[in-house]
Every structure is written in structure tokens, then in C-alpha cells.
Ligand binder design. Structure first.
Ligand code: FES
Length: 107
């Protein structure tokens, strides 16, 4: 079972078990990770699941897709090259150990 570490907006480090094929947002919600709201249910429209991917993981996670990048641009704050929407990160065994910093609610 892949494990993901979330760094909550206040700096609290939370490591959770994720199910294969769920999204990082779903894993966060299931484990009550602070700052991940997931208002749109994973439809890639709200940006309330915005995270910064740890530098060691950006290559493996990959960049945001075109629609995701648009949502980040228009709905999120503190957008960086390593920004991703957690609902668009599908968990696989290859992401065991992934570290995400939760940015928090969009404006
Ligand atoms: S849950 Fe809405 S964009 Fe991720």
C-alpha cells in the first residue's frame, strides 16, 4: 500500500496509507488531512486540493495537464512549477513515499 506524506499548511507532517488507483486528494480526505478540501469532488475545477510536489518527486509525478494548469492559473494562489492538484495525481506503487506540501484553500 503506497504511503504519502502531506505537510499541512501549519507545518504538521502527516503520513497516510493510500489505495492504488485513488487520487492523492481522496487519500487526503479519507485521512482528514488539513487544507485539502476537494470541493468539486475531483472534477478539476475548484483548486481546493492544490499542493506543491516535493522536489525529489516532481519528475515521477509529472507536470499538470492543460486543463489542470488553467485551473491552477485562475483558481489557486502561490502557484509554482511544482504545483499540482492532488485530485489529478493517481496513486500507484511507484508513488510510494511521495511528499506533498498542502497549499490550502483557493481564493
Ligand atoms: S478537488 Fe477540485 S480541483 Fe481537485
Amino acid at each position: 500500500m503506497p504511503r504519502i506524506t502531506f505537510i499541512e499548511p501549519d507545518g504538521t507532517v502527516r503520513t497516510v496509507d493510500a489505495e492504488r488507483d485513488e487520487s492523492a486528494m481522496q487519500a487526503a480526505k479519507r485521512n482528514s488531512v488539513d487544507g485539502i478540501i476537494g470541493e468539486c469532488g475531483g472534477s478539476c475545477i475548484c483548486a481546493t486540493c492544490h499542493c506543491h510536489v516535493d522536489a525529489l518527486w516532481t519528475d515521477r509525478v509529472g507536470p499538470a495537464g492543460d486543463i489542470e494548469a488553467d485551473v491552477l492559473e485562475f483558481e489557486a494562489t502561490d502557484v509554482r512549477p511544482e504545483s499540482r492538484l492532488a485530485c489529478q495525481i493517481a496513486i500507484t506503487d511507484a508513488l510510494d513515499g511521495l511528499k506533498l506540501r498542502v497549499v490550502g484553500r483557493s481564493r
